[in-house]
Design a protein around this ligand. Structure first.
Ligand code: ATP
Length: 199
């Protein structure tokens, strides 16, 4: 199975790009959604998070208080690393099982905000990076999530810079303008189908 990683900074347009891959019949695994699922429903993961961040990391319904957790981990690099060390292996395990269920697809896409940062590149045959200018990304996330600019900037500071990620990616999608997205993805889809594993 050809496994394609798709990444990009916050608000770069990963989900929007993935919707187009899905419309082409490509199964897409959303690592950040799966992370949320395990954080809320995997009892071992929950207990490890409580050990790391304290009982108030979860509300009375047993759901992770994402706002509180984000404010803690995105202002403390060690906590962020430890949190990723808890959640990442569980997500990878889910992905492996999911791949087995999608054996008939020409290839699959794994969407994750951090891929280079979590040293996961070796798990994929090719990696696609979605980029957009920082001010555009901030405006899009503020409009989408109704959050303060500062919160978006804090997330950006914890992610690798695009100019570093560009050197490591096999394909770059420029998502500064919406009409550019579809033709770029069609071209990449064709190339993946033709070239398959290039590493
Ligand atoms: P996150 O890292 O927060 O998960 P993301 O990289 O998945 O974000 P999207 O959710 O796809 O980014 O895009 C962020 C917002 O910008 C969304 O509201 C989306 O509809 C919008 N958007 C994405 N691409 C474009 C574009 N080319 N033109 C205008 N708006 C866009």
């Amino acid at each position: 199975m050809i496994k394609i990683g798709l990444t990009g900074g916050i608000g770069s347009g990963k989900s929007t790009a993935c919707e187009i891959f899905a419309s082409l019949g490509i199964p897409v695994f959303h690592a950040d959604l799966e992370a949320r699922r395990v954080q809320n429903s995997d009892s071992l993961i929950k207990s490890q998070i409580i050990e790391l961040l304290g009982a108030n990391a979860y509300n009375q319904e047993g759901l992770m208080d994402r706002k509180l957790v984000a404010s803690r981990i995105f202002s403390d690099k060690l906590l962020l690393t430890q949190m990723n060390q808890i959640v990442h292996p569980a997500v990878r395990k889910s992905f492996k099982g999911w791949v087995l269920q999608n054996q008939n697809a020409p290839y699959v896409v794994y969407e994750a905000a951090i891929l280079f940062e979590s040293n996961s590149v070796a798990d994929f045959d090719q990696v696609i990076l979605v980029v957009a200018d920082q001010d555009i990304r901030i405006k899009r996330v503020v409009a989408r999530d109704h959050v303060e600019e500062e919160q978006v900037k804090m997330r950006i500071e914890n992610q690798m810079l695009d100019r570093e990620k560009i050197k490591l990616a096999d394909y770059i999608i420029d998502n500064n303008e919406v009409e550019l997205l579809y033709p770029q993805i069609l071209k990449i889809d064709k190339s993946i189908r033709e070239n398959g594993k290039i590493r």
